[in-house]
Design a protein around this ligand. Structure first.
Ligand code: MG
Length: 387
């Protein structure tokens, strides 16, 4: 029987690559539901190619073509939940961006679905609650993020109690060799120019600030149940080693491959099996050298702030993630400089203190309070700050 897949965020970078993987293995996978935020034209095209049973768009009235046999879901987050919880779906690919994936991920878990997670902010914000739910319901959360996929692959057949530490690799982004002053004044097009990975805009800016790596530290803390002290980051500009696990006997396992997101996507969809791919093999002699350097927390303060948020726990990672979303949107909209991204996040963290009880509603309240606080800074209270 085919594995039945729903994709939230199907028109983004991970969503479109997920559909490529499904098309390459159409004997194994079948699309049941697709959901997108804005791109009506591409969503419609995808629906005509993959024949889903349910389709969601933030404003569904923008879908106008004929889609026989396909139900159109409700607008907004409700539509994402309808797709995620559709009774025929086995696995939900969460490829939304930012906090948008939080409510549908919880809904998918509670509807008994397997989760293939690309939207790391979901775990950063709600990791304590989501991992507890996943354990309670015995549903797996399989990471699509290449670093976490690498760690999961290194841990197959291993006892998690034998982990000494994990080492997450980072390309270093476009500003790896820039001075502090140059980075502070970097433009949007400088920051969108990533050296090794082709990705969506938000994550590309996060890679330039190294916040992406900070969010990944918190994501790994939840996925592998490790304290932040056991999660290291190393800069590896070639992006060939996707991450490593060091065991208590000193052995280090690394997962390697060309930087191609279809590999971790396919691994997550087929887990625990492996399916073939026909890409060219990894040619190490032509690569020549794999190099490593420590991350510089002075030039890239976002990584330091994220580690601190992970150490503090509770609602701090949610504040970090939402403040970062808003600051990145403000940077992309031309409202702030690159250097101000980390300053805004730090100042939101400084003015926060943990609530006595951190349930799902408290996380959502932290999200709206943090967004409102940042918009007030720009005199935009009540408005969305989206480029
Ligand atoms: Mg990653």
């Amino acid at each position: 029987m085919k594995r039945k897949i729903a994709i939230l965020g199907s028109t983004g970078s991970i969503g479109t690559q997920t559909l490529e993987v499904i098309r390459d293995h159409s004997d194994i996978f079948e699309v049941i539901g697709l959901a997108a935020c804005r791109n009506a034209e591409l969503l419609q095209f995808q629906a005509q190619a993959f024949h889903p049973q349910i389709l969601a768009l933030d404003r569904p009235e923008r879908l106008n073509g004929s889609l026989p046999g396909c139900r159109i879901a409700s607008p907004g987050v409700e539509g994402l939940v309808e797709v995620a919880a559709h009774p025929e779906v086995d696995t939900v690919v969460i490829a939304t961006v930012g906090a948008a994936g939080l409510i549908p991920t919880l809904a998918a878990l509670r509807a008994g679905k397997n989760i293939a997670l690309a939207n790391k902010e979901v775990l950063v914000m709600g990791g304590d609650i989501l991992m507890a739910e996943a354990r309670r319901l015995s549903r797996p959360i399989i990471p699509i993020d290449s670093e976490h996929s690498a760690i999961l692959q290194c841990l197959q057949g291993e006892d998690y109690n034998r982990i000494r530490r994990i080492v997450i690799t980072a390309s270093g982004g476009p500003f790896r060799n820039w001075s502090f002053e140059q980075i502070q004044a970097a433009t949007v097009s400088d920051a969108l120019n990533h050296p090794t990975w082709s990705m969506g805009r938000k994550i590309t800016i996060d890679s330039a600030t190294l916040m992406n790596k900070g969010l990944e530290v918190i994501e790994a803390h939840h996925l592998f149940d490790l304290p932040v002290e056991k999660i290291d980051v190393v800069i590896h500009p070639q992006s060939i080693i996707h991450s490593m696990v060091e065991f208590t006997d000193g052995a280090v396992m690394a997962q390697m491959g060309l930087p191609d997101m279809r590999i971790p996507i396919q691994f997550a969809l087929a887990f625990p099996e492996r399916l073939p791919r026909n890409d060219p093999p990894l040619d190490l002699p032509s690569l020549g050298q794999l190099t490593f350097e420590p991350p510089d927390m002075e030039r890239f303060p976002c990584l330091r702030i994220a580690r601190e948020a992970c150490r503090c726990g509770g609602g701090y990672p949610a504040v970090l993630s939402v403040a970062n979303e808003e600051a990145v949107a403000a940077f992309l909209a031309g409202c702030i400089s690159f250097g101000q991204i980390s300053e805004i996040i730090q100042s939101e963290m400084d003015s926060f203190s943990n609530p006595s009880r951190l349930d799902f509603e408290a996380i959502l309240a932290i999200e709206s309070q943090t967004r409102e606080s940042i918009r007030k800074r720009f005199g935009l209270a009540g408005q969305a700050l989206r480029p």
